[in-house]
Design a protein around this ligand. Structure first.
Ligand code: FES
Length: 254
């Protein structure tokens, strides 16, 4: 009885949090606690598929046998790919069993890293970089364009289950800001990809979403046809000739 009252109270608190105006920065897809639900409870069976059991063994073999727990991040990542982009508590419990640690050791990791989603995401989870260089180059407009086009709030999933939009810290592609990552969970762990789309505009990001909707894979990387990778727009401005050979330093050979 007491347990049910506590769960009810936590549910009320969660609803209050959800009604608050959206914080300007919010990472990951859930608050840092778990409440049992019909699709997320420790009683629901979950284990790696046969193919992923083999992958898990291979991952664990990279670590000394008395440090199996070091495999926690790649195993959570594999579990998330298998589970369509999110980690129910039973998947985390399974990972804890595989690496022989208490479940709390796995929960600590899954709640700390924003790449781990503990609520459902879309088949295509779109992560907008919100760190300073991308922000200065228009990441807010990119996110607004995505949210408006898809008719969702941040971390909500579209009704057809195809898309969700989240936010990430710098993904190391600042020179091609603004950028997003598309985590593609549409083909399970076998077909999983995590691709960068850079030099975006509010219009281009919508075109990319629509290409995914049609089942296409739009070309990743810079979306600015005037640039090669992260080179300057309009072509090189330095290193314009072939490199000269180094001066001869071996007097006998010169
Ligand atoms: S700030 Fe966006 S990739 Fe670095």
């Amino acid at each position: 009885m007491l347990g049910r009252l506590a769960a009810q109270r936590l549910l009320e608190i969660r609803q209050v949090f959800r009604q608050l105006p959206q914080a300007s920065r919010s990472f990951s897809t859930a608050l840092n606690y778990h409440i049992d639900g019909p699709d997320n409870s420790p009683d629901l069976p979950w284990e790696f598929t046969e193919a992923n059991k083999e992958k898990a063994k291979e991952i664990i073999s990279h670590y000394p046998s008395n440090y199996k727990q070091s495999a926690v991040i790649p195993l959570l990542d594999l579990a998330q790919q298998q589970n369509g982009g999110w980690l129910p508590v039973s998947a985390m419990n399974h990972v804890a069993k595989v690496i022989e640690v208490a479940p709390i050791r796995v929960y600590e990791v899954a709640t700390f890293y924003s790449m781990f989603n503990r609520t459902k995401v879309g088949k295509y989870h779109l992560l907008v970089c919100g760190t300073t260089p991308c922000m200065i180059r228009g990441s807010r407009e990119i996110e607004d364009s995505l949210l408006k086009h898809l008719g969702v709030k941040r971390n909500e999933v579209t009704k057809d289950g195809l898309f969700s939009v989240g936010e990430m810290e710098c993904m190391g592609s600042c020179v091609n800001a603004p950028m997003i990552t598309v985590a593609d969970y549409s083909n399970g762990s076998e077909g999983y990809t995590y691709d960068y789309y850079e030099d975006l505009t509010p219009k281009r990001v919508v075109e990319i979403v629509e290409a995914f909707r049609r089942g296409e894979k739009p070309p990743r990387g810079t979306q600015n046809s005037q640039r090669i990778n992260s080179g300057p727009e309009g072509g090189n401005t330095s290193l314009l000739g072939e490199p000269k050979p180094p001066p001869c330093r071996d007097l006998d050979a010169c």
